[in-house]
Design a protein around this ligand. Structure first.
Ligand code: C2E
Ligand code: MG
Ligand code: MG
Ligand code: MG
Length: 280
């Protein structure tokens, strides 16, 4: 759409912008139908205790596979789902699916895992979030302490009564973690007031711990600080044995990343649970 602008103005929308806008619209239309068309799946990424080398948990991650457009990254569609409010239904769907799957593995006799699910800003702000989570646990039969909700610093900061809500979830037995820790701009002061169990060190720090002394020092400091506050630490994005060894040396508790496994289907996860010890 070209607007009548003054003589000295060029066209307002560049072709690239037009393309971005129409892709955004296309995805939004597709997203509105994706749930009922069963285009979403859940993949699971193992979380490993770096001392025992055992899988102790998994993070549930959403995948959208459109019949024509193929696989679309959550990095692209989650923000659209968030803006349009569609994330409420989608988020509830994956929460239930992940709880159900976790219970299924337990019923099949595997060592119980804790299932981590990402919670979006809109979801966290819902006034009936607590009831919704309670209902899902009841319907799926999963015990609360096998569920972990991942929140980001900005989600917590943008929400009213965030601490009270977190406390209620914690009182139910649910674990809470701060995802992408270190990438937000919030003050560290909140860490003493948030009723959380775990800090997830963002992969942008993990990436260069072996190459960049500054990243190494930041990660070491986060681990020490977390332990002093009685919090557990999990490092995201572990891809190499060198990164793992560094984290073990610095007493990091858990790790997650391509070194151990990419996010995989429930079926492939079952294969990993059979052995439940990954390569070192
Ligand atoms: P996140 O929660 O920080 O998830 C970690 C992301 O890092 C995942 O990307 C995962 O596949 C990727 N990853 C894991 N290990 C490695 C590694 O060793 N190297 C590299 N380079 N990447 C690794 P994914 O699945 O594309 O998800 C991206 C983001 O989309 C997530 O970041 C999360 O913010 C969001 N997301 C995904 N699923 C959901 C969901 O169900 N609900 C909500 N609200 N957000 C979701
Ligand atoms: Mg996450
Ligand atoms: Mg993360
Ligand atoms: Mg991330």
């Amino acid at each position: 759409q070209v607007k009548e602008l003054g003589k000295n103005n060029f066209q307002f929308y560049t072709p690239a912008m037009n393309e971005a806008v129409s892709r955004r619209m296309k995805l939004e239309i597709g997203l509105r139908k994706a749930l009922e068309r069963h285009e979403f799946t859940v993949v699971y990424q193992p979380q490993i205790n770096v001392n025992t080398n055992q899988i102790i948990g998994a993070e549930a991650l959403l995948r959208w596979n459109h019949p024509e457009w193929g696989s679309i990254s959550p990095v692209e569609f989650i923000p659209i789902a968030e803006e349009t409010g569609l994330i409420l239904q989608i988020g509830e769907w994956i929460l239930k699916e992940a709880c159900l799957q976790n219970k299924r593995w337990q019923d099949q006799g595997y060592k119980p895992l804790r299932m981590a699910v990402n919670i979006s800003s809109r979801q966290f702000q819902q006034s009936d979030l607590l009831d919704r989570v309670k209902n899902i646990l009841k319907e799926t039969g999963l015990a609360a302490h096998y569920l972990e909700l991942e929140l980001t610093e900005s989600i917590i900061q943008d929400s009213k009564h965030a601490v009270g809500k977190m406390q209620q979830l914690k009182d139910m037995g649910i674990h809470l973690s701060i995802d992408d820790f270190g990438t937000g701009y919030s003050s560290l002061n909140y860490l003493k007031t948030f009723p959380i169990h775990t800090l997830k060190i963002d992969q942008s720090f993990t990436r260069y711990i072996y190459a960049d002394p500054k990243d190494a020092s930041l990660v070491e400091t986060i681990i020490t600080m977390a332990h002093n506050l009685n919090l557990k630490v999990i490092a995201e994005g572990v891809e190499t044995v060198e990164q793992l060894q560094f984290l073990q040396q610095k007493q990091c508790n858990e790790a997650q990343g391509y070194y151990f496994s990419r996010p995989i289907s429930a079926e492939d996860m079952r294969g990993m649970l059979e052995g439940n010890a990954v390569k070192m």
